[in-house]
Design a protein around this ligand. Sequence first.
Ligand code: BMA
Length: 927
Amino acid sequence: MLRRTVQAILAATAVSSVHGQHAVDLSSVSWTLTSPNYTNISVPAKIPSQAHLDLYAAGVIDDPLYGLNDFNLRWIADSNWTYTSAPITSLKKNASSTWLIFNGLDTFASIDLCGKHVASTYNQFRQYYFDVSEIVTSCSDPVLSMNFGSATVIANATAALPGQETWPYGVEGLFEFPNRQFIRKEQNDFGWDWGPAFAPAGPWLPAYVFQLEAQNVYIRNTLVDTYREGQLNLLIPDQTKDWVLKASVDYLGSDLPSDASLSYVLSDVNEATISSGKLINITAEDGTITGSIIVPSDSVKLWWPVGMGPQTLYNLTLDIVVNGETAGSVTKRMGFRTIVLNELPISQAQLDQGIAPGNNWHFEINGHEFYAKGSNFIPPDPFWANVTETRIRQLFENVVDGNQNMLRVWSSGAYSPDYMFDLADEMGILLWSEFEFGDALYPVDNEFLDNVKEEVEYQVRRVNHHPSLAFWAGGNELENLELYLVNQSAPELLDRYTREYETLFLDTIVPILFRNTRSISYAPSSTSNGWQSLDFSRSQPITERYNNLTPGSIYGDTDHYNYNSTRAFDYSTYPIGRFANEFGYHSMPSLQTWQQAVDPEDLWFNSSVITLRNHHYPSGGLNTTNFAKSSKGMGEMTFAAQQWYPVPDKADSLANFSAWCHTTQIFQADYYSAQIQYYRRGSALSERQLGSLYWQLEDQWQAPTWAGIEYDGRWKVLHYVAKDIYQPVIISPFFNATTRDLEVWVISDLWSSIAGTVNMTWYDWSGKILDVNTPISMDVNVGPINGTNVLSINTDKILTNQDPADVILVMEVSAQGTLPNSDTTQTFSHKNWFHADRLSNAKLIDPGLELSYSQTNSKFTVKATTGVAAWVWLDYPAGAVLNFDANAFWLLPGEKREVGYTVKSDATNGSWIGGVTVRSLWDNTIN
Ligand code: BMA
């Protein structure tokens, strides 16, 4: 009977449980939001939520993302907010114990239950749980309240404490609200260069009351670690070894007796049991029971990232068994794979292959090196409580559609929710994860470190079972930027701050991480020169290399930002490294996106509202008239568009604004594409470059940023171009504008050799084939994850009778090969375009684009009729979100391209189809 009651509650609340537990999901209770600072405000509220969202839902404030509300709503951040429940009538008085469990409180909450103070919290990223058994037993008014203190006020008060840590001038990255480094709250809540600063407060993740009978426990967190026998973090595992499966369950309730056991069932997704029984080597202490088992290597299939093999998953059910009864049970979906960041010294065998000395810096999946293709993920909304599984699913579909296999989940947001990892597990997206620190140095007093320790322990254990978890990094740009800034500003203090950096990011984090997981690699800083040595006799084995560099040797990963766009296509300005984990340039979102966020009269390029929504460069404080720095960012986009492309010049001001926004996107895409091709070619050069993750995947509001996907999911030019250039096999031109040397390469990231043909044809802009003396057709072979140079010429020498402004080279490759872990031979083809002069000089002619739509096959057809069409762009009206199968491509006259699409959302009832338009660069200056 009791079991049925519990199950009914759980069915309604989606919490897993066993016999003898009584659960109240606090989202099922009514809530009211009030503020001690604004006694006239009292509105209905929700859990999970954040105060801005409840105020918006109640009509107290406008859409926080509209106009300049980023500035206007700072009063919310600077106030305290109280969430008060209606009486929780379903609480039982006779439970053996009662627990409050909060999976996330943002951030400083004073919690009361039944009029009694329970506890205070001070870390957004910790799970908090409190034994409230006594309070509940004598409770007459079962009301729960959470009074959230203002994070902005508390950060300032913490900074002002006597003896508080300070840093040299300019080291602490300051966007809008100051002092974020003192508190454990999402760092970009205080502002960033691609987002607003709302510093929200509230119960941002689910919360529960659990009531237990004496024999039961509540499982609050579970670690599952699978690794090859003998495997150590950061070292290459032996793929012939069996798997060690370690499970460790954190529970609430009475201490387990010494004969408690952990039984397990490992089953495939069809529920066929692979293995079951009891874990061995059981230890139980401090609310945690741990055991392990060996899983024979041949009894399970490997999990692979997308494009490299299947995403095989298993379910692991763990039962805590006491006296033959199940006291608690949990199921985790997991997979078997090894993923290692190889930073080992370049071996003799590698040197013999022509790889430059130094150290490796690349990932290996199941013993195979691979080329990581992807981008950097930022929090997809300023309010996490707004983010849904559906939104992340759509975003991840775009990632897979975009031929990306890895995301770096950037580290000054929040730890990824479970559903995000689940989706990544299913879709084969590797998530490079990070602890939430960035662009600042942090305090190292005991209180701060103890707080971080709890956060690290909880988060590492929570997500480790996901095969998509690829890596942990300590934080964003700590060595290459923060310690560098110390050295610039106060070199005499570099030793001190380096020691403090190591205290937090090595001595504090690493022992916790490596004690919990043997399967995941770690680097203290997202961009660095890697480790210099490892000593596993210490609980913290890593010694960082810093600047102990040998000339001619290559180390570490790179980032690259150069806002001098005159040099955007100058390869000598790009870094030579083993892996590019960040690079980028900002662009405007589309007109359709701007229309969601600003008034019609503000829809022009440098309007005040648009300029002030550009947070590159950030104001560095709370002033709301940051025109000087914002204008600099606007100017960078303008200047880049002007020097490389025909300058938009349309009589209609809205059309002109739209063309300008679009042209900044073309520059962004062009620049990223050049870098991605350069990094990919590095797989064939001595740097043996094996990864390219651009900055940034997606937007969290409507503003000029580095994103490739706008806030509502609309693709910018960048996401289409990255999709094209992240295909397994590409053909790429590399042009040196000074020497006029042109090379063409075929690059493949497949794991076996490919063989095929290359065709190259010179045209003028009218589409006439030119008589240029270069090879036209040739065979090509490319080795595994490698590249082949198929053409080296000097355009001045070759194009003797031609005006470079009227010359185009069309390159095509078609090759036979197989995807990793596949026996099926398939054809990989790619086409690319080289123009011998910049497009702003090019002798563009009207390509006579024609567009049609076929209802029979739901495809658009675009055709160029009179000239070469550069950067053909299919545009669609507001109200729908979709992506075309391809966009931003080129067409020769007479050539047509059929383009399908995938709809993500549609409020137009399909009428968007009639509103699709097509344009190319030619249209920039045409009315
Ligand atoms: C890098 C990132 C972010 C930043 C981006 C654009 O520095 O790590 O901190 O938003 O570039 O400036």
